[in-house]
Design a protein around this ligand. Structure first.
Ligand code: GDP
Ligand code: IMO
Ligand code: MG
Length: 420
């Protein structure tokens, strides 16, 4: 969807069976929540497998790293009794978010006016733009003082011209940034790794690896609701470039699906509810951004884009989250098609101007009144809740193997092995 589906919870749950977890895309625009025995942890860049004490975690080359934020995350985990020493490995090829990326991100979005994307302001667009323009600074560059100084001087020349002449912002001081980032480099140096080699060595030894995505498929740079997207490949296919593995090495693709839609930031959302029902989803689902705290826009499940996402990502099995949030609605509408200019369409329109004009066509599914959060098995779910899940399976043409009924690790009902 558009992010915040419960990837954090699900990756933590799936990590039970994994030896290594590798994050392959995005940066600290992500906010992934994991709850274990009532204790909540929000991760922005470190893979959600980290809470399993023996799992190795990889921040792969496709990610972008804000080293100050990463260090805060490491410190916070340590305070909570979770050490990353010896098991957090960072690709030297991952690009580094610099202070000018954050300033340009905010200034650029402001300049877009009514067409703003509503970015997280973390510098994501500008850092990926520098990567593509070949002016970026990689984590490996940061570890080598002379290389870093040379690259920073060159990058600042351009960034400062842009900041002062186009965006009316102050210039950024070379020495201050150099010293700050060299300090980060010293603290992170021991985590630097050739993560491609590490992952392939693990796989060759028969270890199980989970590749963790970030953001939502509809925020994908190519296939999402452009330009209201993020700047990385968020689909499963991002793993090939983003972590350096080949198609034959992937044994299953688990899609994580929230039982309804949410979106943070701008851009079309056909099933958005601006009424009491939307408010209720937001309050019961606690739909406030894990990164920026912004209220999330809420609406009914929309299978039109999701049928396409299943194709785009080659999804072999689905984990459905937050089914418990739908308790108490008499009928639960599900969007199965759109009306565009008086015609019914089943396909997700590629053109944003068309998507902005569609009206959803709903099918109502009967609701239920029971609290689901204490159910311990699929069979304990009320019949109407099971019917909702089955109806979504039929509409999507894909199997839902696991259903989540609460934020905690153990509020997870398994119908069948998601990788089976
Ligand atoms: P992510 O970005 O996909 O990892 O998702 P977020 O962590 O941003 O948002 C998901 C929110 O829903 C978090 O607060 C989770 O703790 C919570 N959550 C996950 N699964 C469930 C569930 O099945 N039921 C409920 N009520 N909350 C859930
Ligand atoms: P997780 O991994 C929800 C959205 C932003 C904005 C757009 C572009 O927690 O699901 P960016 O800062 O990436 O340039 O912003 O993408 N966005 C997310 N929305 N969850 C996320 O991550 C998001 N990451 C980016 O709100 O609309
Ligand atoms: Mg999130």
């Amino acid at each position: 969807q558009w992010g915040d589906e419960g990837k954090g919870k699900t990756v933590d749950y799936l990590t039970e069976r994994a030896d290594v977890v590798a994050r392959y895309a995005g940066g600290n625009n992500a906010g992934h929540t994991v709850v274990v025995n009532g204790k909540k942890t929000v991760l922005h860049l470190i893979p959600c497998g980290i809470l399993h004490p023996t799992t190795s975690c990889v921040i792969a080359n496709g990610t972008v790293i804000d080293p100050g934020v990463l260090l805060q995350e490491i410190d916070r985990l340590a305070e909570a009794g979770c050490s990353v020493a010896g098991r957090l490995h960072i690709s030297e090829a991952a690009h580094v978010i610099m202070p000018y990326h954050r300033v340009i991100d905010a200034a650029q979005d402001r300049m877009r006016g009514k067409n703003r994307v509503g970015t997280t302001g973390r510098g994501i667009g500008p850092v990926y733009a520098d990567k593509a323009a070949r002016t970026g600074i990689r984590f490996g560059d940061l570890l080598d003082r002379a290389t870093f100084e040379e690259k920073l001087a060159f990058a600042l020349e351009h960034a400062n011209a842009l900041l002062t002449k186009v965006y009316n912002e102050s210039a950024i001081d070379f020495a201050a940034v150099r010293d700050e980032y060299l300090g980060y480099a010293e603290r992170l140096r021991s985590h630097a790794a050739d993560t491609v080699d590490l992952l392939h060595t693990a796989m060759a030894a028969g270890k199980k690896v989970i590749f963790e995505g970030a953001q939502g498929a509809l925020l994908d740079l190519d296939h999402g609701t452009y330009p209201y997207v993020t700047s990385s490949t968020t689909m499963s296919g991002g793993v090939f470039g983003g972590a350096g593995v080949g198609p034959g090495q992937i044994q299953g693709v688990v899609g994580i699906l929230k039982a309804y839609m949410t979106r943070v930031g701008e851009g079309p959302m056909p099933t958005e509810l601006k009424d009491a029902a939307g408010e209720r989803l937001r309050e019961i689902g606690k739909e406030y951004g894990a990164t920026t705290g912004r209220p999330r826009r809420c609406g009914w499940l929309d299978v039109v884009p999701l049928r396409r996402v299943i194709q785009l990502c080659g999804i072999t099995s689905i984990v459905m989250t937050k089914l418990d949030v739908l308790t108490g609605f008499d009928r639960i509408p599900v969007c199965t098609a759109y009306e565009l200019d008086g015609k019914r369409i089943d396909r997700f329109p590629g053109r944003i101007s068309q998507l902005e004009r569609v009206t959803p066509v709903y099918e109502d599914v009967p609701g239920w009144k029971e609290d689901l959060s204490r159910c311990e098995s699929w069979d304990e779910l009320p019949a109407a809740a099971r019917s909702y899940v089955r109806r979504i399976e039929t509409l999507l043409g894909a199997a839902i193997s696991v259903v989540s009924v609460g934020p905690d690790r153990d509020q997870t009902l398994v119908r069948r092995d998601p990788f089976g």
